[in-house]
Design a binder for this molecule. Structure first.
Ligand code: FEO
Length: 622
């Protein structure tokens, strides 16, 4: 019997789950199963986005028949030819002989390699930025080579602002009845599997993922529909920011992953003592016995943590077999930017340490802790001090380590287009108006400012001056972080009313914003009426009587649209309501900020505008 899910309007999920699969792609354990997602758009023309794995082909065909509800199937968009998404193509050709297949040249080549069906007339070959109109929807095709195969493309539905993202933003794990990421506790229950999926499936292709993220940053995306895992309709930046981080190969968290291979427990013993010493010093640790834990989990953890320790016995004059597999896997997945310490063991001729080092030396930017610990069988009392030395050496590197999302350092030398800091976001700065936002605990807040300026390019640094009366200023002082949403000329006056005429102390200024967009720092930003977002971390705050001047390093920046930035002049000429004129014969004062009219001969010195809360000094005689 069919089992389908309505995604939105005329879009339906018709995929299926597989909980019997032991090893995805024959190599990655999937203890909680996997979903194969396929989506049917029933516009004037019907469009199917990919098919499924052969294991769930029967359910998929039932689902398709139900969702079509008697309509013909007009188009199959093949975004990815890996058989877990293309196993039912031959069935579709048989069931729907008029079906047109939309794909790119590379995909066509793969279809011919996998299948034998003939007629080229069936194919509608597309390339970058080609579109397909299906009635009310307009589909745009965007090439995403090597995310995860060379033929991969994604599709953007500009009508509903949906990105069909192929393998990108996917996750291991069956769906268990839910389809949207916001229906589950994704951070707690699924983020580890999303990381394991990313690192193992596309971890090798960081620059290609960054290229796709760069293209996606020019789109307004309200929903992401991947081929595995959940559909994202809320908090989309939760997963996008993780992809930006993972694809940069910067660690996610400060801490030590200790992976060990131990035959009789002596190497394990040294690893345990090191972990214990590190914990005593407040350092987070995660340990794996690589003979027990699948390599895919160790690779995933290595992408998470800043520091890696490998402890391995020597076996057949080499690295112990399970550790050798892990090291080889890490090199294949392009692990970079890590601090590494090594413990080796060998009862008569220890070689594993040097072999691990020479393998990892081929990876980029690996900093080795010198003086590996070398054991001959069991750990001896006089070697405990060597573990202490290794502990101290690791801790010494922590003093200068700052996780990637907290610094712009890692991107300053990056001359390629960066999804973390797009320098062109700086070109949007003018003497304009901005929403300055901050987050303290669970509280989100923002205010209007007109004082954001770039100070230096390297390091990329900005300043912003904020009135001391603003609650946002207080939050920034407490947290040291903020976002700037650069407003555009199409900003409606209600945005200024919302962020400028109330205090965040007694209102939730983001309450009316259903599209909850957060940057990598967790702080909200505006996704509409803004052309760029700049996220920053305060390095200095200076007191100037009525205002505080914050100097801050840019930690993330991205462009949203090409709309012109709003200047102060444009605001006064076109957005701010024209001041009302006091009724004939009446004397009055007009608020220069919001146009409110106070009727009376004299304006009290302590008068506060009931609309925008500005004081008497901002009124002029009307
Ligand atoms: Fe789920 Fe690259 O296939």
């Amino acid at each position: 019997m069919h089992c389908i899910k309505k995604i939105r309007g005329d879009l339906t999920w018709i995929g299926a789950n597989d909980r019997r699969l032991a090893m995805f792609e024959g190599v990655y354990s999937v203890p909680t199963g996997v979903s194969y997602n396929s989506y049917l758009l029933t516009d004037e023309k019907t469009v199917l986005f990919d098919t499924v794995d052969k294991a769930v082909r029967e359910r998929f065909l039932e689902n398709l028949d139900e969702a079509l509800n008697g309509k013909p199937l007009d188009y199959l968009v093949v975004q990815h030819m890996e058989p877990d998404h293309s196993a039912a193509i031959q069935d579709l050709i048989t069931l729907y002989p008029e079906l047109k297949i939309v794909c790119n040249e590379k995909t066509l080549q793969f279809i011919k390699q996998f299948y034998d069906f003939d007629t080229e007339a069936r194919f509608n070959i597309v390339k970058e930025n080609d579109t397909l109109n299906t009635g009310t929807h307009s589909l745009h095709f965007i090439m995403a080579p090597m995310v995860h195969w060379p033929e991969v493309m994604v599709t953007y539905d500009s009508t509903d602002k949906i990105l069909f993202s192929a393998d990108a933003f996917g996750c291991f794990g069956a769906l268990n009845g839910a389809i949207f990421a916001d229906e589950v506790d994704f951070a707690k229950d699924y983020m580890d599997e999303a990381r394991r999926y990313y690192t193992n499936i596309v971890g090798k292709y960081g620059s290609q993922v960054e290229a796709l993220l760069g293209k996606a940053s020019n789109l307004t995306i309200e929903m992401i529909c991947p081929l595995h895992g959940f559909v994202w309709r809320k908090n989309i930046n939760d997963i996008v920011s993780k992809y930006a981080l993972w694809s940069s190969y910067e660690p996610e968290e400060k801490g030590v992953m200790i992976a060990y291979a131990s035959v009789y427990g002596h190497t394990e013993n040294a690893a345990e003592i090191l972990a214990s010493r590190l914990r005593d010093r407040g350092i987070k640790t995660q340990m794996f016995d690589v003979s027990v834990t699948p390599a895919s989990e160790v690779v995933s953890a290595a992408f998470r943590w800043s520091h890696l320790v490998f402890a391995s016995t020597t076996y057949n004059a080499g690295i112990f077999v399970t550790m050798e597999a892990v090291i080889s896997d890490l090199c294949a997945h392009n692990i970079q930017n890590r601090t590494v310490a090594i413990i080796e063991n060998g009862s008569w001729a220890a070689t594993s340490g040097n072999l691990i080092r020479s393998a990892l030396e081929k990876c980029k930017n690996i900093h080795f802790i010198e003086n590996k610990l070398s054991l001959k069988s069991g750990l001896k009392k006089d070697q405990l001090s060597k573990i202490d030395v290794m502990t101290e050496a690791l801790i010494a590197t922590f003093a200068t380590f700052v996780p990637a999302q907290e610094t712009s350092k890692s991107t300053q030398s990056n001359t390629a287009p960066s999804t973390k800091i797009d320098q062109s976001a700086m070109f949007k700065l003018s003497y304009g108006l901005f929403v300055l936002s901050a987050k303290e605990g669970e509280k989100d807040n923002g205010c209007i400012v007109n004082t954001v300026t770039q100070i230096t390019e390297s390091p990329l640094r900005i300043s912003v001056t904020v009135n001391k009366a603003n609650f946002t200023r207080e939050m920034i002082l407490n947290t040291g972080e903020f976002n700037v949403s650069i407003l555009t000329e199409n900003t409606p006056f209600r945005i200024f009313e919302n962020f400028g005429f109330h205090s965040g102390r007694d209102t939730d200024k983001f309450a009316s914003f259903t599209n909850e967009m957060r940057a990598a720092n967790g702080i909200r930003y505006l996704s509409e009426h803004t052309n760029a977002i700049i996220c920053a971390k305060v390095t200095e705050s200076l007191d100037y009587e009525t205002h505080t001047l914050f100097i801050a390093d840019v930690t993330q920046a991205f462009v949203i649209t090409s709309e012109p930035s709003l200047t102060y002049q444009y605001y006064f000429d076109h957005i701010k309501p024209k001041p009302q004129v006091p009724k004939e014969g009446k004397k009055g004062f007009v608020c220069k900020i919001c146009g409110y009219v106070f009727e009376g001969e004299n304006l009290p010195d302590d008068f506060i505008c009931p609309l925008c809360k500005h004081g008497a000094k901002d009124f002029e005689r009307g």
